[in-house]
Design a protein. Structure first.
Length: 257
């Protein structure tokens, strides 16, 4: 009987014990194949996060690499199932891939200004705010990119436009909005500065808070969807979102004072 056939007859626990002792590549490959389904299912589940820059198959391949690395780092004596251990690592790997993409690129404020002007024009022309599809068509922009920019604008406004920041005594408001920044250069300059400050502040958030901000404002997930991705309660996600926004507002205010 060939080695591969013998390995297939062993339980996962027996395979891990054998790998810990012998470090054979064939054993690692067998374990990787047994847990590859996790990489596939998680890649499909989290597809919305990376679909704009990666294919599912590419993420599954990255997941396979994560599994192989995880096999070397897994300690059965800690009492944690490998499926639980590796699922967290695969999710973390996907989050890392997403975070490598700039949340708030340097050209953000230019695109925001163009979008604001387009929205004002279409609203005046049609007597109502434009739909995402109408806005994307007018701006000659891919619908997915248009929605992504709208989500980023939403985050910017939630943090820095007329947003109260508690300092323990009173609400401090950041008055940054401007209907026509071209006629108000000081406000335009401040808007650009706030975007850069906000970008830096987001990157300085803790991992969990940064993830919530990314999923909600960049990827457009609902609080409930985020709770499913992070495997926490809806109320916990809401609390994390509130904490993140408070930290971002404070960072913006401190830098502008």
């Amino acid at each position: 009987m060939e080695l591969r056939d013998k390995l297939k007859e062993l339980t996962d626990e027996e395979l891990f014990a054998a790998y810990q002792k012998e470090k054979q590549l064939e054993i690692k490959q067998e374990l990787t194949l047994r847990y590859l389904y996790l990489a596939k299912s998680i890649a499909i589940e989290m597809n919305k996060l990376y679909s704009h820059f990666m294919q599912v198959d590419d993420v599954v391949n990255e997941g396979a690499i994560a599994i192989m690395k995880g096999i070397d780092r897994f300690d059965p004596d800690k009492g944690i199932k490998f499926s639980t251990f590796i699922s967290r690592r695969i999710r973390g790997m996907i989050f890392d891939l997403v975070r490598e993409k700039d949340m708030m690129p340097r050209t953000y404020h230019k695109r925001k200004k163009t979008m604001d002007e387009a929205i004002r024009h279409l609203t005046k022309e049609r007597g109502r705010p434009p739909t995402d599809e109408e806005l994307a068509e007018f701006m000659q922009m891919n619908l997915k990119r248009c929605k992504t920019l709208l989500q980023r604008v939403k985050m910017y406004e939630a943090v820095s436009l007329d947003s109260p920041v508690e300092d323990g005594k009173e609400d401090l408001v950041l008055q940054i909005a401007s209907e026509d920044s071209s006629t108000q250069p000081e406000e335009s300059y401040i808007q650009n500065e706030v975007v850069e400050i906000l970008e830096e502040a987001v990157n300085q958030l803790g991992e969990n808070l940064r993830t919530v901000i990314s999923l909600y404002y960049v990827e457009g997930l609902t609080m409930h969807q985020i709770s499913q991705v992070l495997q926490v309660s809806d109320s916990r996600v809401s609390q994390m979102h509130k904490t993140a926004i408070q930290k971002l507002r404070k960072s913006v205010k401190d830098q502008l004072d």
